[in-house]
Write a protein that binds this ligand. Sequence first.
Ligand code: ADP
Length: 661
Amino acid sequence: MHVRDLPLPDPVLDHYESQGIERLYPPQAEAVESGITDGGRLVAAIPTASGKTLIAELAMLTADGPGLYICPLRALAREKYETFSALPGVSVGISTGDYDSPAEELAEHDIVVATSEKVDSAIRNGADWVADLACVVVDEVHLLGAEGRGPTLEVTLANLQRRAPGVQIVALSATVDNPEDIADWLDADLVKTTWRPVDLRTGVYADGLVEFNDGTELRVDVGAVAGAGDGTGGDVPASEDDETEATVALVADAVHNAGGQCLAFVRSRREAENLAERLAREELGDADTVAADLRAVDDTGTGRRLADCVESGVAFHHAGLRSTHRAVVETAFRNRDLKVICATPTLAAGVNVPARRVVVRDQERYTGSAMEPLPVLEVQQMCGRAGRPHLDPYGEAVLVGDERSKDELEERYVDADPEAVESKLRDRTALRTHVLSIVATGFADSRETVLDTLEATFYAHGTPVAELADIVEAVIAELAEMGMLTDHGGSESGTGGGDGDPELAATVLGAQVSKQYVAPESGARIVDGLRTAVDMDPANVTGLTVLQFLADTPDMQDTYLGNRERAAMYQYARDHNAEFTVGMHEAETFERWLETVKTARILYEWTEGESMETIVETYRIGPGDLESRVERAEWLLGAAEALATLLDLDVPELARIRSRL
Ligand code: ADP
């Protein structure tokens, strides 16, 4: 199908042609045939780089009203915002939390790009523009299966359909095992294909040889270390160094012999940095300008190490990096200024960074208690990054193994299908949050109507009604116990309360907690913290007081406390014990409490003007970890102020610490 035949204004068609888009890719043509330009709903489960963005644009530009593009990640949202903004005659707004169009203007745009959290929050706060939407595109819909953001996404989609009945929904997914279920849930057509604009071959490396699934082979000269795996079979356990040296050889080969760029995936931040430093010695390239850009951001040890590697054309990328550092690395790789990125798996779910070759050195990850194999979906998403459109004849993905693991890796990751997407809304913390918001926004005022609303979620789609009713019953009891809901019904009576009271209603506290977009448990803890602080000797109520009870909510990330710092942190906690609303002897679990003290201390020193360099060195956290904690603290402080005003709890330290943050 020719682009010229699409029902779009000429300037848009010209724009596509100037981008080299003249004929639709097969999945795009299928999407058009299924009716996306006529308001039809669609789930498109197709590989990376097969043109999902154009499918989204076609739906939004032909819709009979504004379009919303929901993105799981902020970095991705920004990328899409820029892409859509380049469309002639199209006005685009964005709402991600760190990069926002003014709220009152969102209604005026043709397209709004937002994270699911922002859309959820807009719905809770009664934003009008939501009801006017004609088309909603959901990117990376397979993230329905992710803890935390998955439940938000499905509840948001359920609520959107209530606020804007009949809205066109287009959901874009990676290749997963059950796109039919998602399509069925959304009452949408399904386009499912493995077609890719650039072919992909995937193989396992063992003992100097990669055997690809298309029958081709690649010999790799691992050099001196290759002797370690000497082909004697399975009795020589491959050491980590063998795997690293094989990875180095595979990366160097891609850069030198295939004229390409390479992504190497490892299991942890430290491994990503170590591998990058190892690869930097291979003289694969140089990127002095990029290094200078990175150095200009800050003078943290992490930033310096990154810039040093980048001078040799190699970067590392993980969640401990500042978002500006990550963005510089991603852009430089896309512009082909960088040859290699050594990354943790998070990069695979993120922004668009295609490479000639992808090397997956580690296929396991430490999950807190044990090493566990990575999900197939995750590994296949990494592999799917191989093959740069218009540059490579094909992409290559290599899993690094040895003679012993080879067959298993092939079976598990190369030949197998990815996992099915399953709802995570069963999680109690998630359900509490969403049941409260359903009641607080007025979507429901009884058990029956709560269930009606949840009926439209992906969770309900695959769950017997009785099971759902039981869980909802338990969640309602918990919310009532926390003072977030009033319940005049009860499971026994089954009907509404007397005196015209609704069976379920949010309390003023519950309503405010929902609006502030914090978890009910966080709201309850903040209120406890504020109440205790009001009763404390004012001399003891400091910034640390406030930051510690905020750190003790599920909305703040935990901060790892290493063995070596425990003694010093304990001493600090003792010295400041009078300042905490929950003292060291009242803590439920001391270890966790001490971690919250560490988080609070870090944030407190930040407000006292300590530099990022010193904090990340002293507390052995990544600059990105500090950044994200400061951001969450800002949000939680805002919520705490709102709750303090509501309940008339006067804690002057709140405003002071907020302004210093
Ligand atoms: P994804 O499916 O990962 O979202 P994109 O939509 O970003 O992939 O598309 C990947 C690349 O392919 C982009 O550079 C885009 O411009 C290009 N592209 C998309 N559709 C076509 C087409 N029909 N013809 C030529 N290039 C296309």
